[in-house]
Ligand binder design. Structure first.
Ligand code: HEC
Ligand code: HEC
Ligand code: HEC
Ligand code: HEC
Length: 214
């Protein structure tokens, strides 16, 4: 055998070996890696920025049905209604108002309808200082009793400010108190925390939440 034939044989052998390896890899003769568990997407509720309540002002802005707020479809104009209280001093509601949950404060200290609604004109709000407000402009009403929280809200450390911080670029807007608090039961229910970020490293993922070499 000449040196040339030997070289040719060796090269052909190598080429065959590579072709064999290629088919072996293509066929995945050594098996496939175990499929990764699908990463569940976070519940869209966690990224939803809409406030928890739809207020009368929102309904008016959308031109939606506001009949719930139309007190005088049932009440007689100019006729004050006397509030009725049970033996625990809790207000007794008629079935027409059964959808209202009345619990303002943990000690029920502000459940008197006329602390907020004007007895002489039900669809109007009455501040402690005698100031009258439209039903949809309730933030100054809350301010009348919650001064410190209102001051926090005004400077942007309570509630939520959206829009532009640079006023030359555009307006900033604030959510009204009633966008987050039900005026009749204002306690803000604790929120469920969103899940933490998912581990992206596949070997760690396969090993479960606490890998042995951790
Ligand atoms: C679907 C009919 C209906 C509508 C709409 C309605 N009310 Fe009433 N409301 C009643 C009835 C019935 C009573 C109990 C009878 C009464 O005292 O006149 C009542 C009682 C009340 C009372 C007295 C609660 C108590 O202790 O008995 C207040 C305050 C009141 N309503 C405020 C309002 C205000 C404010 C609005 C509008 C934002 C309104 N209502 C809209 C039917 C209605
Ligand atoms: C007439 C005075 C008065 C007005 C008006 C008033 N509040 Fe209150 N609020 C109180 C008092 C008093 C408490 C504490 C009561 C208690 O501890 O039982 C309270 C408690 C609260 C709490 C704490 C609730 C909790 O369970 O910890 C929130 C939130 C609140 N108010 C929001 C509001 C909002 C929003 C408005 C406007 C729609 C408003 N308040 C209007 C007197 C008022
Ligand atoms: C802390 C203030 C406050 C008190 C106390 C209060 N309300 Fe209201 N109420 C409001 C405000 C503010 C609105 C308008 C909310 C909005 O913009 O969505 C309202 C809305 C309503 C509505 C319209 C429908 C609805 O579901 O909101 C009814 C009816 C009503 N109140 C009845 C009553 C009755 C009856 C009482 C007493 C048992 C009472 N309210 C006590 C502040 C108060
Ligand atoms: C963007 C939503 C949002 C807005 C707008 C908002 N609040 Fe609150 N507020 C909250 C949350 C959430 C809590 C509960 C904080 C906690 O549990 O520690 C709270 C708590 C409170 C409390 C209980 C005591 C305290 O300070 O922690 C009061 C009173 C209160 N808010 C009044 C108001 C008033 C008055 C306004 C309007 C001037 C307002 N809030 C606007 C979300 C809001």
């Amino acid at each position: 055998m000449t040196a040339d034939t030997k070289t040719a044989l060796a090269l052909a052998g190598l080429a065959l070996a590579f072709v064999a390896l290629r088919s072996a890899f293509l066929e995945q003769l050594w098996g496939r890696p175990a499929a990764l568990a699908p990463v569940p997407l976070a519940d869209p509720a966690f990224t939803n920025t809409a406030p928890v309540r739809t207020t009368l002002a929102d309904l008016l802005a959308k031109g939606a049905d506001t009949s719930d707020y139309d007190c005088y479809t049932c009440h007689e104009a100019g006729k004050a209604i006397t509030l009725r209280f049970d033996t625990n001093n809790a207000v007794i509601l008629p079935k027409e108002h059964a959808d209202l949950r009345i619990r303002h404060g943990r000690n029920d200290r502000n459940d008197n309808c006329y602390n907020c609604h004007d007895p002489a004109k039900l669809d109007q709000l009455l501040r402690r200082d005698g100031g009258k407000l439209k039903l949809q402009d309730s933030t100054p009403l809350c301010a009348g009793c919650h001064g410190p929280t209102y001051r926090d809200w005004e400077i942007g450390i309570h509630g939520r400010v959206s829009g532009y911080w640079d006023r030359r670029a555009g307006q900033a807007s604030r959510l009204a108190c009633v966008s987050c608090h039900d005026p009749h039961a204002p306690f803000f229910a604790p929120l469920k925390p969103a899940p933490g970020p998912h581990l992206l490293h596949p070997p760690l993922l396969a090993a479960g939440p606490h890998p042995a070499n951790d």
